[in-house]
Write a protein that binds this ligand. Structure first.
Ligand SMILES: C[S@@+](CC[C@H](N)C(=O)[O-])C[C@H]1O[C@@H](n2cnc3c(N)ncnc32)[C@H](O)[C@@H]1O
Length: 236
């Protein structure tokens, strides 16, 4: 990010991106992080205070219809949040109007669980014990996750020069048991489904996760790939 620019972080969560960008744009620039969750924003504000960053602000609002002056941001970022918009095309289209001429927006999304082991491992472990197909159009981390789908939505929303890049990330743990701990304690959606199972099925799920993890274990350290997609486009 260029020093001095004004950036909007949509669905900022606990502010990772906003805080990083605040450093990049420097004191002459500024960042606004918006999120629908008050709890997330409190954590983001606390972190900004600890870091002594004065060029970042946070506001509780929905991202898809955030009320700001048109053409008031040089850049927009949205990491793992735009797939939650009720209507993604309408949301992205609205955000495009907030970009200054030549401004660029960049949205990160996940690839499907089939090619994304961080999500595929728990999904496959739970599959024999859970029923029901998810509505592919309902807000979820895997909505529009297939190759080219989000890029098409960006074009439909009026963005130009759309670039779709796959990015490899990794989740690390010091052992398979440590990874299991992380998954079962931190992942809300996994926990919710796992807790509803009988003790016997819970054991089977844990066993399946640990077995699947063995292919990603080297010298005791677990390194599970997570594949994201970063899709960016210009306002005009
Ligand atoms: C997976 S988290 C990502 C947080 C952050 N961007 C990051 O990468 O660490 C998704 C965030 O989007 C927020 N969110 C979901 N729907 C939203 C909406 N319609 N408008 C604004 N924020 C939303 C959630 O509250 C949550 O903080």
């Amino acid at each position: 990010m260029m020093p001095g620019i004004r950036v909007l972080d949509v669905g900022t969560g606990t502010g990772d991106m906003a805080l990083f960008v605040a450093y990049s744009v420097g004191p002459a620039g500024s960042v606004l992080g918006v999120d629908s969750s008050a709890n997330m924003l409190q954590a983001a504000r606390d972190r900004a205070e600890v870091l002594g960053l004065e060029n970042v602000q946070f506001e509780q609002a929905s991202g898809e219809d955030y009320a700001a002056d048109v053409q008031s941001f040089d850049a927009i970022v949205g990491r793992f949040s735009a797939f939650f918009f009720p209507d993604v095309v309408a949301g992205l289209s609205h955000l495009r109007t907030l970009l200054k001429t030549g401004g660029r927006a960049s949205y990160s999304i996940w690839t499907p669980p089939e090619v994304n082991p961080v999500f595929g491992i728990p999904r496959d472990a739970l599959a024999p014990y859970t029923t029901g197909q998810q509505d592919p159009d309902a807000p979820s981390p895997f909505r529009l996750s297939g190759a080219g789908l989000f890029a098409n939505v960006m074009k439909e929303a009026g963005y130009l020069d759309v670039i779709d890049e796959e990015v490899n990330l990794y989740q690390f743990a010091t052992s398979r048991d440590a990874y299991w701990q992380l998954l079962s304690e931190v992942s809300g959606s996994f926990r919710q489904q796992y807790c509803q199972l009988s003790e016997e099925h819970q054991q089977a799920v844990k066993q399946s996760v640990l077995e699947q993890l063995s292919q990603y274990e080297t010298n005791g350290v677990v390194r599970v790939p997570a594949r994201a997609r970063v899709v960016s486009g210009s306002s005009n």
